[in-house]
Design a protein around this ligand. Structure first.
Ligand code: FAD
Length: 368
């Protein structure tokens, strides 16, 4: 049946068809469940395609495969973002997942005992709803960014593609997480570049094939099996993990310094049209790239499904106060790896086991 013409009461609707939604689809398919994935993007993998041009994952290919399909690359290599996107697109096809693309859910609410998702005048009804819309929902940019003059080019890391978007003159990269470090290193080749912020630690080994063989298996083990909600150390680490940038993995501060990128304290405001640092210094910047992360945006969901606009009380993605409502892919949903390729499969398998099966297949072709 054409997924675009599915109507009637679904068992489960998955909102978001990135790696989290696709992996859950894989598990529900194996259970012969009746579900539909709604995704805002035109193609599976687009969330990755939309990231900057030179991006390569820092997780080796041997850990980037989703359940049932190893990543088709040298296991110790680090695929490009387009290779990840292509892999996800193939994953959707190989698993014959029912996806309606180009469909941004604009509202989700409960009606009677089921959920209704609406987009562009269409609506879908399901007994269960899974929110798998990713952690990169809304760019987080400090409000003082508005005080920079119009002559300053400003981009969030979500909009950055390559140095060709910048004008001549100095670049200020704000935020020293992995995105900030990698983008600063790249633009530092063509522009005098300063990066502001303090990293949340650094992986103490050089990133590359040797790390993929020896160190990253340890990182993966810690991320999956130690730093999770079933261990005291994981429960203790979870809030800090959600609040702070991850340690620098590939590009370290010494790499930035060696490339001539200037490291300065965090930006605290704007004075006379110039960014000001925590130590009071003003910085000249013709371009500012905000590598300041993302915030959740669940504004399209009925507030009664949320807790003051944020994730409601839940355990491993199972909403505790709203039967039938589930979340997948959020930061530290269960472990430090929850929002990554290596962590997607386990969280999805758990959720697939928790989503109640309700009734038989009663999806009907839409009457035109
Ligand atoms: P997404 O991939 O963001 O997919 C969410 C989907 O939901 C999108 O297709 C979006 O269009 C759709 N959507 C959103 N809202 C709606 C709506 N209202 N209605 C319908 N559809 C909607 N992980 C690794 O494992 N290794 C790495 O090396 C790595 N590097 C990263 C580098 C960067 C720069 C970033 C930002 C992330 C990186 N990650 C990495 C993290 C992680 O793998 C990704 O964030 C991943 O894309 C999350 O998958 P997801 O399915 O949860 O969300």
């Amino acid at each position: 049946m054409d997924n675009n013409h599915v109507t009637g009461m679904l068992d489960t609707i998955i909102i978001g068809g990135g790696q989290a939604g696709l992996t859950l689809g894989h598990h529900l398919k194996a259970k012969q469940r009746n579900f539909l994935i709604l995704d805002a993007n035109p193609r599976s993998g687009d969330a990755w395609r939309q990231r900057w041009d030179s991006l390569r994952v820092f997780t080796p290919a041997k850990y980037d495969g989703l359940p049932g399909e190893p990543f088709p690359a040298d296991p110790l290599s680090f695929p490009t973002k387009d290779e990840v996107a292509g892999y996800l697109e193939n994953y959707a096809v190989h698993n014959a997942l029912p996806i309606v693309h180009g469909t941004r859910v604009e509202r989700l609410w409960r009606e009677g005992g089921h959920f209704v998702a609406a987009s562009d005048g269409r609506r879908w009804e399901a007994r269960n709803a899974v929110v798998a819309t990713g952690v990169s929902q809304a760019p987080r940019i400090p409000s003082f960014a508005r005080e920079l003059p119009p002559s300053t080019i400003q981009l969030h890391s979500a909009e950055y593609r390559n140095p060709g978007q910048l004008q001549d003159g100095p670049v200020l990269v704000v935020g020293l997480g992995n995105s900030g470090a990698e983008i600063a290193l790249e633009v530092g080749r063509t522009h005098p570049t300063t990066v502001a912020g303090k990293p949340g630690g650094e992986l103490p080994v050089k990133h590359g094939r040797a790390a993929a063989r020896y160190a990253l298996p340890v990182v993966r083990f810690l991320g999956l099996h130690v730093l999770n909600l079933d261990t005291p150390v994981g429960r203790k680490a979870a809030p800090a993990f959600k609040a702070h940038a991850a340690p620098l993995i590939r590009t370290k501060t010494k790499d930035l310094a060696a490339a001539g990128v200037r490291l300065v304290p965090r930006v605290t405001g704007v004075e006379n049209g110039k960014p000001v640092l925590a130590d009071g210094t003003r910085v000249d910047a013709a371009n500012v790239i905000w590598c300041t992360g993302f915030r959740d945006d669940f504004s399209w969901m009925d507030p009664e499904l949320l807790d003051d606009g944020a994730l409601p009380r839940q355990h491993r993605g199972v909403a505790l106060d709203t039967p039938g409502l589930f979340f997948l892919g959020q930061e530290f949903l269960y472990s430090a790896a929850s929002a990554t390729l290596p962590g997607a499969g386990r969280d999805a398998r758990y959720l697939a086991g928790k989503i109640p099966q309700s009734g038989g297949v009663d999806v009907l072709p839409m009457r035109q």
